[in-house]
Design a protein around this ligand. Sequence first.
Ligand code: FDA
Length: 468
Amino acid sequence: MAEITRDVLIVGAGAAGLTAANDLRKAGLSVAVLEARDRVGGRLWTDVIDGAMLELGGQWVSPDQDALIDTVAELGLETFSRYREGDSVYVGPDGVASRFTGEMFPVSAETERVIAEITERLDAMVAEIDPDRPWEHPNAAEWDSITWDAWLRQQTDDDEAVLNLAFATGSAMLTKPTHSFSLLQSLLMAASAGSYSHLVDADFILDKRVVGGLQQVPQLLAERLGDDVLLNQPVRSLEWSDPSTGSGTQFVVATTDELTVKARYAILAHAPVLYSRISFVPPLPRRQHQMHQHISMGFVIKVHAVYDRPFWREQGLSGTAFSPYELSHEAYDNTNHGDERGTLVGFVSDRNADDVFALSAEERKERILESLSHYYGPEAKNPVVYYESDWGTEEWTRGAYAASFDMGGLHRYGADLRSAVGPIHFACSDLAGAGYQHVDGAIRMGHLVASNIVDSSRTASETAAGAE
Ligand code: FDA
């Protein structure tokens, strides 16, 4: 088995791990990035399917995502705006599709009033939340003990208002049923985007894409690291020692099927649900064992439908469409930059995703395209390319978009989420405050962890020099 030695070993070549690795290199530390897959990028993956370039994972950039925007600019990548000219479509409880412009969709005046009032209440609550420390809010325990759905139903008995308010953080973001996560978790999701209003504003949250695909971010970051990124190296075990507990010199040793990598620090830069795939020697502390069992991935199918032309534009439609009553609860124009063909992207989330995966592939496709046709008309049923991104079957991700706490977990464990365990540090979009569950959060976590390790390494060198 080959052996290498570095200052820091990083498990995972996603946006978080590669950002950390580049920062550490700049600070003069040597790194090795061990990646389980045969490609870099993790949940960022641009592929060509039946001749169509598709972004199978993360793709959109919103204007508040400074860390991602800075990285995109620094790497010399260009962005373009999502197509949004024309009318949006909303399908109501009666199954009727209505066109609208602006932010408020066509519901009754009373439902509109209720939605506006609760949105204002939510924005005020979110403004009091620090996304990096939501558990510190004086009401955190209470807000973490009521489900998002139950809290909304306490505010109003208008079902259409509840479903529309619920799905912004439910199907559309945490991608879990709204009875399975707390009000506090929902407020964190909104706080990470600046406000609840931002989160429901598609023009804000789904603002821009990168020409050629967002996977270029990790690809270009990896290029700078050259041979220090090692693919096809799933880390199976991590031996570690923490001198602060009196167990000798600080070290970590990662073992893959082919390699042993020895370092002073390790960064686990992947979804927290995968920590348990690694055998830790000695085991992680009790707190981590407990906490990690309360974090789980959401689940959504990202559906790509490519047509010979963006036919909906001819009907004056922007492509933006949503409905809490539809199988595909939201859909957008996702045409690539400079492409003559038209692409729609739709999302099928949580229980709807479970249901359609019980069907045959043909039936599932038919049901999903039927749902898209409710927004765009019968032409939507005949794409030239059709593809479902199913991250649930990806061994090194296990769901989409990201991970969140179950009921009560955020308040109970959140403060320990990002704490290092001896030489082992944790970085991932799923641990972020600002940019939570987004590439921006992954990059922020990468910078933060790298800076913590640089500080710790400097202190260790100074202590060693002082002792001489
Ligand atoms: P990520 O999961 O990307 O990387 C972790 C890496 O670790 C992976 O490459 C994995 O293979 C590797 N790994 C795991 N265990 C390992 C082991 N034991 N040994 C070695 N390697 C191991 N975000 C956004 O900003 N805008 C968007 O539009 C979207 N949309 C979206 C759609 C879909 C379908 C998905 C799945 C996700 C999004 N996201 C998104 C979320 C975004 O993609 C995600 O938050 C970040 O890419 C996560 O980056 P990380 O580096 O934190 O983890």
